[in-house]
Design a protein around this ligand. Structure first.
Ligand code: ADP
Ligand code: MG
Length: 634
């Protein structure tokens, strides 16, 4: 079984597909969301994760680690000052990976995340009553390689084999069942969480979601709304309490902050809440009515900050909102009715009326033909569910849906004569592995260039170069060294190119991460140009292959002639020379721009030279045998 994990900045969740149904699992306290918080007790006891850790936040802020996701795979100088602002200590060495510093310990972000993953793994094992070793974990679409690798490492540290890393918006789309939309459908995934905001546009193409643009803000989310409510509450406190505000903050701020978030959450369903905190300080009871109207006034500027990102995401993709089929809501903060109505406005969604409940809309709204705002799934759980669905597909539990990634273009290496040698053809299902053995074209060659190519054209230079490296070997006659080249695309879409000198076992390795995520338009362009040039390319390949054969033959004949000059008569030498000249003449007529020529004439000339040199070959063989006999007698 492969579990699905949403490793979020503020909350994480684990889901499975059980008897065909995807569901988010509850922990022993019945909670399906685990706060992404880890508390390290002073005495080196087992760290605590989730709600238990949240409770320690006010008591031991320096030992309670939250929002660690923002540090995954990042170095100190990658981070803005706002991002670095946390209540615990982090290392600040430029150029080095961030470390979380406790008084007597230092942890990598991967180690902290691993604690969260361990806890989720345990939750899954308890409710499924089996041991769990494999997981699909989600990451934001903008995560780079280092951040993805760090996530894989966190999984490993937690005792999980990460079968695949998938993008959070893709997971959300899977949970919403949008892989069943018609081909070429375009959707927006609007994800407003606790501390981060992401907007991603996806296109569905042959069952696979491709990211067409992604935008966001790593310091914008529900926490900002909580802070604004807190400020509002503090104003009330200032007016009512004579107590020194600074002293007040120390003791009571965390309780007030919690109340602010609770009020916000309650106001997603209610229109008014009463906030009561008896004995907020020994001689002060906090009590106030807080309405949805007030909340919306406070939250409005924060929610509005997401708008420009939505516009950017559309313009980056070259799309208008009317090109979208759906807008999908993810992240706990999108439960707020204000967020839903604003997003609906940004994208001019058409039929929001049904989903938005008690908020009335202006008339203009009903005329627009925008995308549908889809809020069918629980925005807290959609990502974990999607990860579980992907996991079930990978383990074959849901194989009626084929949603495996495929290679968008062929992958191969450059071989003799500048030709493309395909190892993994276009549209191969990932993961995939393929290999071939190559040899040298020239005697005494000391190394071989492994030039990795992507594309559909016959000639290397018409394809895209993904990277190159050199594999050295002992010098040997032409054709003797044998180099095994293996291409493997793993489940995360990373291409591993491995070249091994079979004789010595020496290896060289190259990782290429751009092999799968190729811009759609570029893929189309490449495929179209290969169709357009199919005839030319075919001719070029035939010509180059025949020419290589001719060149080999010429070299061999030249060598034999030198070796056996004394043993054959001048007439025979002249006869051979004539055939050599004829062959050279055909070669000289090559159209070098197009790498083509008269292949039939070339083949005839090769056959002629071949048959004319039969006798020469015999003479040479006799000579060699004679030499060998002499050596034996000596
Ligand atoms: P992340 O992806 O960053 O881990 P989540 O998707 O779990 O975050 O979202 C957490 C945010 O959602 C918090 O700010 C929380 O207050 C807010 N939130 C959760 N439920 C609600 C609700 N019913 N109404 C409004 N906000 C909510
Ligand atoms: Mg999230």
């Amino acid at each position: 079984m492969i579990i699905g994990i949403d490793l979020g900045t503020t909350h994480s969740a684990v889901a499975v597909v059980d008897a065909g149904f995807p569901l988010v699992l509850a922990d022993q306290n019945g909670k399906r969301l685990t706060p992404s918080v880890v508390y390290f007790p002073n005495d080196h006891q087992e760290p605590q994760v989730g709600l238990d850790a949240v409770r320690m936040q006010t008591v031991a802020p320096a030992r309670t680690i939250y929002s660690v996701k923002r540090f995954m795979g990042r170095r100190s100088d990658d981070l803005s000052d706002t991002e670095k602002r946390v209540d615990y200590s982090i290392s600040q060495n430029p150029g080095e990976a961030i470390k979380i510093l406790l008084k007597d310990d230092a942890f990598s972000p991967e180690q902290i995340s691993a604690e969260i993953l361990k806890s989720l793994k345990r939750t899954a094992e308890l409710s499924m009553e089996c041991s769990i070793e494999r997981a699909v974990i989600t990451v934001p679409a903008y995560f780079n390689d280092a951040q993805r690798q760090a996530t894989i490492e966190a999984g490993r540290l937690a005792g999980l084999k990460v079968e695949r890393i998938i993008n959070e918006p893709t997971a959300a789309a899977l949970a919403y069942g949008l892989d069943r939309l018609k081909d070429q459908s375009k959707i927006a995934v609007y994800d407003l969480g606790g501390g981060t905001f992401d907007i991603t546009l996806l296109e569905l193409s042959e069952g696979i979601f491709r990211v067409i643009s992604t935008q966001g803000n790593t310091c914008l989310g529900g926490n900002d709304i909580d802070q604004a409510i807190l400020d509002h509450f503090l104003n009330i406190v200032r007016k009512e309490s004579s107590e020194n505000i600074a002293a007040f903050k120390e003791n009571s701020l965390p309780r007030l902050r919690e109340a602010a978030e609770q009020a916000k959450i309650a106001l997603s369903a209610e229109t008014v809440v009463s906030v009561e905190l008896p004995f907020l300080t020994p001689d002060y009871h906090f009590k106030t009515e807080f309405t949805r109207d007030q909340l919306e006034k406070i939250a409005s500027p924060i929610v509005n900050r997401t708008r420009s990102h939505c516009i950017r995401a559309l313009s980056d993709a070259g799309l208008a909102s009317s090109d979208l089929d759906q807008v999908v809501m993810v992240g706990g903060q999108t439960k707020m009715p204000l967020v839903r109505s604003r997003v609906s406005d940004y994208f001019q969604c058409a039929d929001f009326e049904e989903t938005r409940g008690d908020i009335r809309l202006g008339d203009s709204f009903h005329e627009s033909k925008g995308p549908e705002l889809n809020t069918n799934q629980n925005p807290d759980e959609a990502i974990a569910l999607g990860a579980a669905i992907q996991g079930a597909m990978l383990s074959g539990q849901m194989n009626q849906m084929t949603l495996l990634d495929v290679t968008p273009l062929s992958l191969g290496i450059e071989t003799f004569g500048g030709l493309m040698n395909v190892l993994i053809p276009r549209n191969s299902t990932i993961p995939v592995k393929a290999g071939e053995v190559f040899t040298t074209a020239v005697a005494n060659q000391r190394e071989m260039l492994i030039h990795t190519l992507q594309g559909e054209r016959e000639k290397a230079r018409d394809n895209w170069s993904l990277g190159r490296f050199v594999i050295p070997f002992e010098k040997a006659p032409k054709g003797v060294p044998r180099v095994g080249v293996q291409f493997e695309i793993d489940a995360n879409g990373i291409l591993h190119v491995l070249a091994r000198d079979i004789q010595t076992g020496k290896e060289q390795h190259l990782e290429i991460r751009s092999a799968i995520d190729v811009d759609d338009s570029k893929v189309t362009e490449m495929v179209e140009s290969s169709v357009e040039h199919a005839m030319d390319d075919f001719d070029a390949r035939r010509w180059i292959e025949t020419r290589l054969k001719a060149e080999d033959l010429l070299k061999a004949v030249k060598q034999s002639l030198e070796d056996c000059k004394a043993d054959i008569g001048p007439d025979y030498t002249a006869e051979i020379q004539q055939a050599v000249d004829a062959l050279n003449q055909v070669l000289a007529r090559e159209n070098s721009d197009k790498n083509t020529g008269d292949v039939d004439a070339l083949k005839q000339a090769i056959t002629l030279l071949d048959s004319n040199t039969q006798k020469l070959a015999e003479v040479q063989m006799d000579k060699i045998t004679e030499q060998l006999m002499n050596q034996q007698h000596q």
